[in-house]
Structures are given as structure tokens and as C-alpha cells.
Design a protein around this ligand. Sequence first.
Ligand SMILES: C[S@@+](CC[C@H](N)C(=O)[O-])C[C@H]1O[C@@H](n2cnc3c(N)ncnc32)[C@H](O)[C@@H]1O
Length: 274
Amino acid sequence: MPGSDADFAYLREVVLEESGNVLDSSRDYLFESRLQGLLHETGLKTIPRLVAALREQKQARLKRWLAEAMTVNETSFFRDAAAFELLEKELLPRLIWARESVCRLRLWSAACASGQETYSLAMLVREHFPRLNSWEVEILGTDISRDMIRRARAGRYQRSEVNRGLPALYREKYLRRSEDEWEVVPEIRNMCRFHERNLCEGLLPLEKYDGILLRNVMLYFPAQIRTRLLLDLYRVLPADGFLLLGASEQPGLPEHFQAELAENACYYRPLQAA
Ligand SMILES: C[S@@+](CC[C@H](N)C(=O)[O-])C[C@H]1O[C@@H](n2cnc3c(N)ncnc32)[C@H](O)[C@@H]1O
């Protein structure tokens, strides 16, 4: 039995409440395809039965599961080459210089999907900044989706995923063939850790992160959630830290973040309160 307009409206509401993601009613048809796995695994089988189960609230994790299933997990290694060039040529050299006395660097790939962004950061660090081998380097990847975090931790990718954006040099040095897939080598995996984290829950880490990548996720959030999240991130960035957003995203908080234009990319620097 297909879902009714009222069913889809309710599902959109639950997704917004759980993950902050706004879904457009013109794309309600996506529920059918994206929820196939959930409908099968829960035995609920149809959208109306799923809606009924959600309303009864008998399964605690069902709402979250629905929200996770509806996220867009599109990503790739070294997505947006200009941003990684900026990291390599400007942002990381400056941070490393500033952290010489503590020999510690912390980067956070917030909304890391299946981990390619996080591993790209680790490969970049390993390839271009060998002196960090003796530093304490932490590269954190977080995402709301349990499934994505499981995939990121596994560090195994299909050929098509590897062919999207990963330069041959990096593939040869930092991936190994494993049956039909490619696996990230332990040297790189050990630099990264992954956790489930909902960016809309306001439970951000208390520790400071020198650089935060929040790319291609804010566009799914309504303005109010975006602002709250950016203010949270502002609090975990040190004065000399940086925030990198997706190519088409902006924080829109001029009192908190200053846009810095590099040749082909842009990053945001936290401003000190006057
Ligand atoms: C389009 S992907 C972007 C991945 C990567 N940052 C990139 O630019 O390639 C968006 C990711 O945001 C995650 N996401 C959506 N809502 C989230 C939330 N409230 N908290 C944490 N992650 C969320 C999704 O699960 C998805 O993996």
C-alpha cells in the first residue's frame, strides 16, 4: 500500500525533528526507495504501517532510523580539489607553525558520511607534512548515520568510489586491494577515529578543534539550526582555527566568522569578541 500525502507530511516532520534535515514535498517519492531496507528489516513492509508504528512510539530507535535513512550521503575522496589545495598550501602549514610548541593537531570532519573526507585529510597530512609523524594528530570524523560511521570505520571502498577523486599516487600509497574492494592502510586508519554524532543535538565536543570541515550538510538544515550549530562550532574553534564549508555554503554570521578568500577557495576564521 503506498503512503498518503498525510503519511509523507508526518515522515517529513519526524525527519526534521530528529536530524534537522528539511525534505521537500516535491521529492516525497524518495521515501519509497530510501526506506526499502528499513521497511524490510523492521517487518513493517509499508509506509502506512511505518507511520502507525512511529506514532505509537513502541520502537525507540525507529525515528532516528528513519531520519538516517533519509540523509543524503554523497561524498568522495578529495571532494572540491581547491579546498584541499588550500589546506595543503595555507591552512595546515600555518596551523603547524602555530602548534610547534605543543606538537598537537586536531581536525574534525563533521558530517563525514562514509569517511572519504576524513581519510583524505589524513592522507594529505601524511603525504605533505611528514614531521607530524611524531606529533599527536587526531582526525575525527562524525556523522548522524550509524550506517555511514560503520562504513567509515571499515575503510573499505568500491572501485567506483576510489576512482572518484583519489589521485593515483594516493591510491597506490594509502589503499590496498582487498578482494573486490580497496581498503585504507592501517597507517592512515590509525590517524582517524569515527563517532556517531547528531550536529543538531547541541552535544558538541568540549575540546577545541584546530580546523573543522562542515561541508555539504548545512544546506539541509533550516536557518535556525544552521545558526545554532555555527555558534556551537565557534565555541570549539581556537582564535587561530579555521572552518571550511562546502563551496556554495556561507555561515552568514559576520560578527563571529570572517571570510578569508584564497585563490580558488574560501575559509572562515573565528572573530574574537570586541
Ligand atoms: C552530502 S554528505 C557530505 C559529506 C562530506 N562532508 C562531503 O562534503 O563530501 C552529508 C552528510 O551529512 C550527514 N548529516 C545530515 N544531517 C546530519 C546531522 N543532523 N548531524 C550529523 N550529520 C548529519 C549525512 O548523514 C551525510 O552523511
